[in-house]
Design a protein around this ligand. Structure first.
Ligand code: HEC
Length: 184
């Protein structure tokens, strides 16, 4: 009995993140999320400037997901730790970006606090970074979408829920999963 208690104590201590691990996870997540989102925004702007709204839409459709993998790899190398990146939203465009059962209650909390949330799931540390709507986003997620563009969006995404957003609205989260064993 005594042994069991000691074992429980030790394993709990091993599982809990130290303050230093937590702040390192936050720093990695913040850097990764910002790098990914800034890059997306810059590429959308560039496409709008040099090509068209439809091309910018196709950029988001075809590149947002592969870029999340590219940035995860880049950040894994930068921080010498294995990380994954995804985007989730309750009012989503792509069906696969709807939050899973584990993510749902945290995304709800995040929509209120709008401050990064750190969670531990076994060997993984997961950080949820909020995404906000800026002016650029309104073009494809706002209340007054160009009718031509809206038609294409509806054709590509018949279940689209990612419209009707206003400036400053909570859009969803970048979820950064970090392998705990690499955190110091
Ligand atoms: C040119 C059109 C366009 C603009 C501008 C745009 N988006 Fe999107 N957005 C899309 C498309 C298309 C998807 C679906 C991507 C996919 O299929 O993976 C998407 C998906 C998303 C997702 C993933 C969740 C979901 O709904 O599937 C988030 C989060 C998101 N956009 C946030 C933003 C933010 C924040 C901005 C402004 C910085 C923005 N978007 C600007 C077209 C756009």
């Amino acid at each position: 009995m005594k042994k069991l208690t000691l074992f429980t104590l030790i394993s709990t201590a091993l599982l809990a993140l130290t303050p230093s691990q937590k702040s390192q996870a936050l720093k990695i997540a913040n850097t990764a999320s910002k790098a990914y989102l800034d890059y997306l925004e810059a590429e959308i702007l560039k496409t709008l400037k040099n090509y068209s709204m439809e091309d910018a839409l196709m950029f988001c459709k075809t590149k947002a997901y592969p870029l999340s993998m590219k940035f995860a790899l880049q950040m894994s190398q930068k921080f010498h730790i294995k990380i994954k990146i995804k985007r989730i939203s309750f009012k989503n465009r792509n069906n696969s970006n709807y939050p899973n059962i584990t993510d749902q209650p945290i995304l709800k909390k995040l929509s209120k606090s709008q401050k990064p949330i750190v969670k531990e799931y076994g060997k993984m540390v997961v950080v949820y970074e909020p995404i906000k709507i800026s002016n650029l986003c309104l073009l494809c997620h706002g209340t007054n979408i160009n009718p031509q563009l809206h038609k294409i969006i509806n054709k590509l995404y018949p279940n689209d829920k990612a419209i009707g957003y206003k400036l400053g609205d909570f859009r969803g989260a970048v979820v950064i999963t970090i392998e705990k064993k690499g955190l110091k």
